[in-house]
Design a protein around this ligand. Structure first.
Ligand SMILES: *Cc1c(COP(=O)(O)O)cnc(C)c1O
Length: 385
Protein backbone atom coordinates (compact mmCIF):
# COMPACT_ATOMS: atom_id res chain seq x y z
CA UNK A 1 0.00 0.00 0.00
CA UNK A 2 1.36 3.44 -0.87
CA UNK A 3 -0.23 6.57 0.55
CA UNK A 4 -0.15 9.84 -1.36
CA UNK A 5 2.79 12.21 -1.06
CA UNK A 6 0.49 14.87 0.40
CA UNK A 7 0.10 12.80 3.57
CA UNK A 8 3.88 12.73 4.05
CA UNK A 9 4.01 16.49 3.47
CA UNK A 10 1.67 17.33 6.35
CA UNK A 11 3.59 18.74 9.32
CA UNK A 12 3.86 16.44 12.34
CA UNK A 13 1.03 16.97 14.81
CA UNK A 14 2.76 18.98 17.52
CA UNK A 15 0.45 17.81 20.23
CA UNK A 16 1.31 14.16 19.48
CA UNK A 17 4.37 14.14 21.75
CA UNK A 18 2.51 16.08 24.45
CA UNK A 19 -0.43 13.64 24.25
CA UNK A 20 1.96 10.70 24.60
CA UNK A 21 3.55 12.21 27.73
CA UNK A 22 0.15 13.12 29.16
CA UNK A 23 -1.08 9.57 28.77
CA UNK A 24 2.10 8.19 30.36
CA UNK A 25 1.62 10.51 33.36
CA UNK A 26 -2.05 9.67 33.70
CA UNK A 27 -1.18 5.96 33.62
CA UNK A 28 0.97 6.65 36.73
CA UNK A 29 -2.01 8.27 38.41
CA UNK A 30 -0.71 11.84 38.01
CA UNK A 31 -3.35 14.59 37.73
CA UNK A 32 -2.61 16.46 34.49
CA UNK A 33 -4.44 19.76 33.83
CA UNK A 34 -4.89 20.66 30.19
CA UNK A 35 -4.95 24.33 29.21
CA UNK A 36 -4.19 23.21 25.68
CA UNK A 37 -7.50 22.90 23.89
CA UNK A 38 -9.93 25.51 22.62
CA UNK A 39 -13.12 23.59 23.35
CA UNK A 40 -15.76 25.22 25.60
CA UNK A 41 -16.13 23.41 28.93
CA UNK A 42 -19.70 24.57 29.59
CA UNK A 43 -22.71 22.91 27.87
CA UNK A 44 -24.83 24.05 24.92
CA UNK A 45 -27.67 26.28 26.22
CA UNK A 46 -30.90 24.35 26.96
CA UNK A 47 -32.95 26.49 24.56
CA UNK A 48 -30.87 25.09 21.69
CA UNK A 49 -30.89 21.48 22.93
CA UNK A 50 -34.70 21.68 23.34
CA UNK A 51 -35.18 22.71 19.70
CA UNK A 52 -32.92 19.86 18.60
CA UNK A 53 -34.90 17.36 20.70
CA UNK A 54 -38.01 18.20 18.70
CA UNK A 55 -36.31 18.60 15.35
CA UNK A 56 -34.77 15.15 15.53
CA UNK A 57 -38.27 13.58 15.56
CA UNK A 58 -39.43 15.26 12.34
CA UNK A 59 -39.27 12.69 9.50
CA UNK A 60 -38.48 15.40 6.92
CA UNK A 61 -35.23 15.98 8.80
CA UNK A 62 -34.24 12.32 8.33
CA UNK A 63 -33.67 12.73 4.60
CA UNK A 64 -30.64 14.20 2.84
CA UNK A 65 -30.17 17.85 3.73
CA UNK A 66 -29.87 20.59 1.11
CA UNK A 67 -26.30 20.95 -0.22
CA UNK A 68 -26.18 24.69 0.35
CA UNK A 69 -28.12 24.59 3.61
CA UNK A 70 -31.89 24.64 4.19
CA UNK A 71 -33.50 27.82 2.95
CA UNK A 72 -34.75 28.69 6.45
CA UNK A 73 -31.22 28.17 7.80
CA UNK A 74 -29.66 30.46 5.18
CA UNK A 75 -32.35 33.05 5.83
CA UNK A 76 -31.62 32.84 9.57
CA UNK A 77 -27.89 33.34 8.88
CA UNK A 78 -28.72 36.46 6.82
CA UNK A 79 -31.09 37.73 9.52
CA UNK A 80 -28.42 37.19 12.19
CA UNK A 81 -25.81 39.05 10.10
CA UNK A 82 -28.21 41.97 9.80
CA UNK A 83 -29.22 42.02 13.50
CA UNK A 84 -25.70 41.52 14.77
CA UNK A 85 -23.65 43.66 12.37
CA UNK A 86 -26.08 45.51 10.14
CA UNK A 87 -24.60 43.55 7.22
CA UNK A 88 -26.95 42.55 4.38
CA UNK A 89 -26.32 39.27 2.60
CA UNK A 90 -28.59 37.50 0.15
CA UNK A 91 -29.68 34.17 1.67
CA UNK A 92 -30.00 32.65 -1.82
CA UNK A 93 -26.56 33.21 -3.26
CA UNK A 94 -24.34 34.77 -0.60
CA UNK A 95 -24.65 32.14 2.16
CA UNK A 96 -23.65 28.47 2.33
CA UNK A 97 -24.00 26.14 5.33
CA UNK A 98 -20.83 24.47 6.58
CA UNK A 99 -20.22 21.34 8.65
CA UNK A 100 -18.21 23.53 11.02
CA UNK A 101 -15.96 26.28 9.70
CA UNK A 102 -12.99 23.86 9.65
CA UNK A 103 -14.75 22.03 6.82
CA UNK A 104 -15.18 25.28 4.88
CA UNK A 105 -11.53 26.23 5.40
CA UNK A 106 -10.30 22.86 4.13
CA UNK A 107 -12.62 22.84 1.10
CA UNK A 108 -12.16 26.44 -0.05
CA UNK A 109 -8.66 25.40 -1.20
CA UNK A 110 -10.19 22.99 -3.72
CA UNK A 111 -12.23 25.88 -5.11
CA UNK A 112 -9.38 28.41 -5.45
CA UNK A 113 -5.96 26.81 -5.30
CA UNK A 114 -4.31 24.91 -8.14
CA UNK A 115 -1.10 22.95 -7.52
CA UNK A 116 1.76 25.40 -6.95
CA UNK A 117 -0.46 28.35 -6.08
CA UNK A 118 0.28 30.28 -2.92
CA UNK A 119 -2.05 31.10 -0.05
CA UNK A 120 -1.20 33.99 2.28
CA UNK A 121 -1.63 32.69 5.81
CA UNK A 122 -1.29 34.47 9.18
CA UNK A 123 2.12 33.78 10.75
CA UNK A 124 0.26 32.42 13.77
CA UNK A 125 -3.13 30.99 12.98
CA UNK A 126 -5.52 28.09 12.82
CA UNK A 127 -3.44 25.19 11.46
CA UNK A 128 -5.85 24.22 8.64
CA UNK A 129 -5.02 27.47 6.74
CA UNK A 130 -1.68 25.77 6.08
CA UNK A 131 -2.54 22.05 5.97
CA UNK A 132 -5.58 22.64 3.75
CA UNK A 133 -3.17 24.04 1.16
CA UNK A 134 -0.79 21.10 1.42
CA UNK A 135 -3.68 18.67 0.84
CA UNK A 136 -4.36 20.17 -2.59
CA UNK A 137 -0.77 20.79 -3.69
CA UNK A 138 -0.69 24.46 -2.77
CA UNK A 139 2.04 26.44 -1.06
CA UNK A 140 1.85 28.61 2.06
CA UNK A 141 3.33 32.05 2.55
CA UNK A 142 3.24 32.87 6.28
CA UNK A 143 2.61 36.60 6.76
CA UNK A 144 4.71 37.90 9.67
CA UNK A 145 2.85 38.83 12.87
CA UNK A 146 4.67 40.63 15.64
CA UNK A 147 3.72 41.98 19.04
CA UNK A 148 4.96 45.43 17.91
CA UNK A 149 2.39 45.55 15.08
CA UNK A 150 -0.40 44.21 17.29
CA UNK A 151 -0.24 40.78 15.62
CA UNK A 152 -1.81 42.18 12.47
CA UNK A 153 -0.62 39.87 9.69
CA UNK A 154 1.74 41.83 7.42
CA UNK A 155 0.50 41.15 3.88
CA UNK A 156 2.36 44.14 2.45
CA UNK A 157 5.75 42.47 2.87
CA UNK A 158 4.73 39.52 0.66
CA UNK A 159 7.38 39.05 -2.07
CA UNK A 160 6.28 39.80 -5.65
CA UNK A 161 6.98 36.29 -6.92
CA UNK A 162 4.72 34.85 -4.21
CA UNK A 163 2.00 37.40 -4.95
CA UNK A 164 2.12 36.51 -8.64
CA UNK A 165 1.09 32.97 -7.71
CA UNK A 166 -1.28 33.81 -4.83
CA UNK A 167 -5.06 33.44 -5.08
CA UNK A 168 -6.25 33.57 -1.51
CA UNK A 169 -5.46 35.19 1.85
CA UNK A 170 -6.72 34.12 5.27
CA UNK A 171 -7.29 36.63 8.05
CA UNK A 172 -8.89 35.99 11.43
CA UNK A 173 -9.71 38.58 14.09
CA UNK A 174 -10.30 38.28 17.02
CA UNK A 175 -7.34 36.01 16.45
CA UNK A 176 -6.63 32.48 17.54
CA UNK A 177 -3.98 32.02 19.00
CA UNK A 178 -2.80 35.57 19.77
CA UNK A 179 -6.22 37.02 20.81
CA UNK A 180 -5.35 40.17 18.84
CA UNK A 181 -8.15 42.27 17.37
CA UNK A 182 -8.04 44.23 14.14
CA UNK A 183 -8.78 47.87 13.37
CA UNK A 184 -11.22 48.96 10.62
CA UNK A 185 -8.26 50.64 8.87
CA UNK A 186 -6.41 47.32 8.74
CA UNK A 187 -9.43 45.61 7.17
CA UNK A 188 -9.73 48.43 4.63
CA UNK A 189 -6.08 48.08 3.68
CA UNK A 190 -6.55 44.33 3.25
CA UNK A 191 -9.50 44.93 0.92
CA UNK A 192 -7.47 47.35 -1.22
CA UNK A 193 -4.57 44.88 -1.29
CA UNK A 194 -6.86 42.03 -2.35
CA UNK A 195 -8.32 44.14 -5.15
CA UNK A 196 -4.87 45.14 -6.38
CA UNK A 197 -3.60 41.55 -6.43
CA UNK A 198 -6.81 39.75 -7.36
CA UNK A 199 -7.04 37.73 -4.15
CA UNK A 200 -9.96 36.19 -2.30
CA UNK A 201 -9.92 37.09 1.39
CA UNK A 202 -11.33 34.47 3.75
CA UNK A 203 -12.02 36.10 7.10
CA UNK A 204 -12.44 33.45 9.80
CA UNK A 205 -14.60 35.03 12.52
CA UNK A 206 -14.79 32.01 14.86
CA UNK A 207 -14.84 34.26 17.97
CA UNK A 208 -17.34 36.84 16.73
CA UNK A 209 -19.44 36.56 19.91
CA UNK A 210 -16.65 36.37 22.50
CA UNK A 211 -15.74 39.95 23.42
CA UNK A 212 -14.63 41.55 26.70
CA UNK A 213 -14.89 44.95 28.39
CA UNK A 214 -17.78 45.89 26.10
CA UNK A 215 -15.90 45.05 22.91
CA UNK A 216 -18.15 43.49 20.24
CA UNK A 217 -16.09 41.95 17.47
CA UNK A 218 -17.10 43.35 14.06
CA UNK A 219 -17.80 41.54 10.80
CA UNK A 220 -15.22 41.96 8.04
CA UNK A 221 -18.19 42.44 5.69
CA UNK A 222 -19.06 45.72 7.45
CA UNK A 223 -16.20 47.33 5.55
CA UNK A 224 -16.99 49.06 2.24
CA UNK A 225 -16.17 46.87 -0.76
CA UNK A 226 -15.54 43.79 1.40
CA UNK A 227 -18.06 41.71 -0.47
CA UNK A 228 -16.20 42.31 -3.75
CA UNK A 229 -13.23 40.31 -2.50
CA UNK A 230 -14.17 38.40 0.64
CA UNK A 231 -16.14 35.70 2.30
CA UNK A 232 -16.45 35.40 6.05
CA UNK A 233 -16.85 32.29 8.17
CA UNK A 234 -19.06 32.21 11.25
CA UNK A 235 -19.49 29.23 13.52
CA UNK A 236 -21.84 28.17 16.30
CA UNK A 237 -18.93 26.29 17.90
CA UNK A 238 -17.40 28.88 20.23
CA UNK A 239 -20.30 31.37 20.18
CA UNK A 240 -22.95 28.94 21.43
CA UNK A 241 -20.86 26.13 22.94
CA UNK A 242 -21.66 23.89 19.97
CA UNK A 243 -18.27 22.47 18.94
CA UNK A 244 -19.66 18.93 18.86
CA UNK A 245 -22.63 19.79 16.65
CA UNK A 246 -20.62 20.81 13.56
CA UNK A 247 -22.52 23.75 12.17
CA UNK A 248 -21.30 27.02 10.67
CA UNK A 249 -21.73 29.11 7.55
CA UNK A 250 -19.85 31.16 5.01
CA UNK A 251 -21.24 34.47 3.77
CA UNK A 252 -20.10 37.09 1.29
CA UNK A 253 -18.97 37.23 -2.31
CA UNK A 254 -21.48 35.27 -4.42
CA UNK A 255 -18.93 33.82 -6.88
CA UNK A 256 -16.76 32.53 -4.04
CA UNK A 257 -19.77 31.10 -2.19
CA UNK A 258 -20.85 29.35 -5.39
CA UNK A 259 -17.37 27.90 -5.96
CA UNK A 260 -17.21 26.59 -2.38
CA UNK A 261 -20.73 25.17 -2.67
CA UNK A 262 -19.81 23.44 -5.91
CA UNK A 263 -16.84 21.70 -4.26
CA UNK A 264 -18.95 20.73 -1.27
CA UNK A 265 -21.80 19.33 -3.35
CA UNK A 266 -19.31 16.84 -4.78
CA UNK A 267 -17.92 15.82 -1.39
CA UNK A 268 -20.47 16.05 1.41
CA UNK A 269 -24.24 16.15 1.56
CA UNK A 270 -24.70 19.06 3.92
CA UNK A 271 -25.46 19.55 7.60
CA UNK A 272 -28.12 17.34 9.30
CA UNK A 273 -31.22 19.52 8.97
CA UNK A 274 -32.20 19.06 12.63
CA UNK A 275 -28.86 20.62 13.57
CA UNK A 276 -29.57 23.52 11.22
CA UNK A 277 -32.91 23.96 13.07
CA UNK A 278 -31.02 24.09 16.36
CA UNK A 279 -28.55 26.60 14.91
CA UNK A 280 -31.45 28.83 13.83
CA UNK A 281 -32.54 28.92 17.47
CA UNK A 282 -28.94 29.59 18.53
CA UNK A 283 -28.67 32.64 16.26
CA UNK A 284 -32.18 34.08 16.43
CA UNK A 285 -33.29 33.12 19.95
CA UNK A 286 -32.59 35.25 23.05
CA UNK A 287 -28.86 36.01 23.21
CA UNK A 288 -28.49 36.28 27.02
CA UNK A 289 -26.40 33.09 27.14
CA UNK A 290 -23.92 34.65 24.71
CA UNK A 291 -23.39 37.61 27.04
CA UNK A 292 -23.04 35.23 30.01
CA UNK A 293 -20.44 33.22 28.16
CA UNK A 294 -18.32 36.28 27.41
CA UNK A 295 -18.64 37.32 31.07
CA UNK A 296 -17.44 33.88 32.16
CA UNK A 297 -14.36 34.00 29.92
CA UNK A 298 -13.68 37.60 30.92
CA UNK A 299 -13.59 36.59 34.58
CA UNK A 300 -11.20 33.74 33.81
CA UNK A 301 -9.09 36.05 31.65
CA UNK A 302 -8.65 38.42 34.60
CA UNK A 303 -7.72 35.53 36.84
CA UNK A 304 -5.04 34.30 34.42
CA UNK A 305 -3.69 37.76 33.58
CA UNK A 306 -3.29 38.58 37.30
CA UNK A 307 -1.58 35.29 38.01
CA UNK A 308 0.77 35.62 35.04
CA UNK A 309 1.74 39.12 36.11
CA UNK A 310 2.66 37.79 39.56
CA UNK A 311 4.81 35.08 38.01
CA UNK A 312 6.45 37.63 35.72
CA UNK A 313 5.18 36.23 32.42
CA UNK A 314 4.15 38.96 30.00
CA UNK A 315 0.74 38.75 28.30
CA UNK A 316 -1.42 41.38 26.60
CA UNK A 317 -4.92 41.67 28.07
CA UNK A 318 -7.18 40.14 25.41
CA UNK A 319 -10.38 41.86 24.22
CA UNK A 320 -11.86 38.60 22.96
CA UNK A 321 -11.43 34.86 22.20
CA UNK A 322 -10.92 32.15 24.79
CA UNK A 323 -7.13 32.39 24.95
CA UNK A 324 -4.36 34.20 26.73
CA UNK A 325 -1.17 34.49 24.68
CA UNK A 326 1.85 34.72 26.96
CA UNK A 327 5.52 35.25 26.24
CA UNK A 328 7.77 32.42 27.43
CA UNK A 329 10.55 33.29 29.88
CA UNK A 330 13.95 34.34 28.52
CA UNK A 331 16.06 31.42 27.37
CA UNK A 332 13.25 29.05 26.37
CA UNK A 333 11.66 28.19 23.05
CA UNK A 334 7.89 27.67 23.02
CA UNK A 335 8.33 23.90 22.87
CA UNK A 336 10.94 23.86 25.65
CA UNK A 337 8.76 25.89 27.98
CA UNK A 338 5.64 23.83 27.21
CA UNK A 339 7.68 20.72 27.91
CA UNK A 340 9.02 22.10 31.20
CA UNK A 341 5.52 23.03 32.34
CA UNK A 342 4.26 19.55 31.52
CA UNK A 343 7.21 17.78 33.14
CA UNK A 344 7.39 19.85 36.31
CA UNK A 345 3.86 21.20 36.81
CA UNK A 346 1.79 18.51 35.07
CA UNK A 347 0.05 21.26 33.11
CA UNK A 348 -0.45 21.26 29.35
CA UNK A 349 -0.15 24.57 27.49
CA UNK A 350 -0.06 24.93 23.70
CA UNK A 351 3.38 25.86 22.32
CA UNK A 352 3.00 28.97 20.15
CA UNK A 353 5.12 27.65 17.30
CA UNK A 354 2.49 24.98 16.57
CA UNK A 355 0.38 27.81 15.06
CA UNK A 356 3.08 28.99 12.66
CA UNK A 357 6.49 30.70 12.70
CA UNK A 358 5.25 33.95 14.30
CA UNK A 359 4.09 31.92 17.32
CA UNK A 360 7.64 31.11 18.43
CA UNK A 361 8.40 32.57 21.85
CA UNK A 362 4.83 32.27 23.14
CA UNK A 363 2.44 29.81 24.72
CA UNK A 364 -1.34 29.77 24.44
CA UNK A 365 -3.44 29.24 27.56
CA UNK A 366 -7.05 28.21 27.00
CA UNK A 367 -9.76 29.78 29.18
CA UNK A 368 -12.11 26.88 28.41
CA UNK A 369 -11.15 25.38 31.74
CA UNK A 370 -13.14 25.48 35.01
CA UNK A 371 -12.00 28.29 37.35
CA UNK A 372 -10.60 26.04 40.09
CA UNK A 373 -8.55 24.00 37.61
CA UNK A 374 -7.30 27.19 35.98
CA UNK A 375 -6.20 28.58 39.36
CA UNK A 376 -4.56 25.31 40.33
CA UNK A 377 -2.70 25.16 36.99
CA UNK A 378 -1.30 28.67 37.34
CA UNK A 379 -0.22 27.99 40.92
CA UNK A 380 1.61 24.89 39.73
CA UNK A 381 3.33 26.82 36.91
CA UNK A 382 4.39 29.45 39.45
CA UNK A 383 5.98 26.74 41.61
CA UNK A 384 8.16 25.58 38.68
CA UNK A 385 9.64 29.03 38.00
C1 LIG B 1 -12.28 26.66 16.59
C2 LIG B 1 -11.83 27.35 15.34
C3 LIG B 1 -12.30 26.93 14.09
C4 LIG B 1 -13.12 25.68 13.89
O1 LIG B 1 -14.41 25.89 14.15
P1 LIG B 1 -15.52 24.82 13.77
O2 LIG B 1 -16.65 25.65 13.30
O3 LIG B 1 -15.79 24.06 15.03
O4 LIG B 1 -14.97 23.93 12.69
C5 LIG B 1 -11.94 27.66 12.98
N1 LIG B 1 -11.14 28.73 13.08
C6 LIG B 1 -10.66 29.14 14.25
C7 LIG B 1 -9.79 30.34 14.30
C8 LIG B 1 -10.98 28.45 15.42
O5 LIG B 1 -10.45 28.85 16.58
Amino acid sequence: MRTAQRIAELPPYLFAEIDRKKEAKQAQGIDVISLGIGDPDTPTPDRIVDVMAEAIRRPANHQYPSYYGAKHYRQACAEWMDRRFGVKVDADDEVVALIGSKEGIAHIFLAFVDPGDYTLVPGAGYPVYHTGGILCGGQTHFMPMTEENGFLADFESTPADVLAKAKMMFLSYPNNPTSAIATPEYFDKAIAFAKEHDLLIVHDNAYSEIGFDGYEPPSFLERPGAKDVAIELFSCSKSYNMTGWRVAFAAGNAAAIKALGTVKSNIDSGVFTAIQDAAVEAMLGPQDDVAELSALYQRRRDLVIDALAKIGLHAEVPKGTIYVWARVPEGYTSAEFAEKVLEEANVIVAPGNSYGPSGEGYIRISLATPDDRLQEAIARIEATL
